[in-house]
Design a protein around this ligand. Structure first.
Ligand SMILES: [Zn+2]
Length: 107
């Protein structure tokens, strides 16, 4: 068991642990039950902690968490005008073409 990080609250901690577990890194939230005695311990020690079961997966867990907190920026080349588009855009700012793969996928 290794502590990966602390979460700002239980909801986010649970979300992170679920995401890590779903990605193949067994994780759990500790101090989950500390809220009942939160008044007796310093607030910064009452935060939920994310622990991973397998120490060898610490690096992988850190990468996954970083991706979850800061989703990778999209980067694609416009099929219409070959402009490189970076950022959360699904449409070319130059010619208005739609990002490849956006059309007709679950919409
Ligand atoms: Zn374009």
């Amino acid at each position: 068991m290794k502590r990966l990080t602390t979460a700002p609250n239980i909801a986010i901690g649970t979300l992170w642990a679920d995401m890590l577990t779903a990605s193949g890194v067994a994780a759990s939230v500790q101090r989950y039950f500390a809220s009942g005695i939160a008044g007796e311990i310093p607030p910064d020690q009452a935060l939920p902690e994310i622990w991973i079961a397998d120490d060898a997966q610490l690096d992988a867990a850190r990468r996954l968490l970083a991706e979850l907190r800061h989703p990778p920026q999209r980067r694609w080349v416009c099929p219409g005008c070959a402009e490189l588009i970076e950022g959360p855009f699904e449409q070319c700012w130059k010619c208005g073409a739609v990002m490849p793969g956006v059309d007709g996928e679950g919409r």
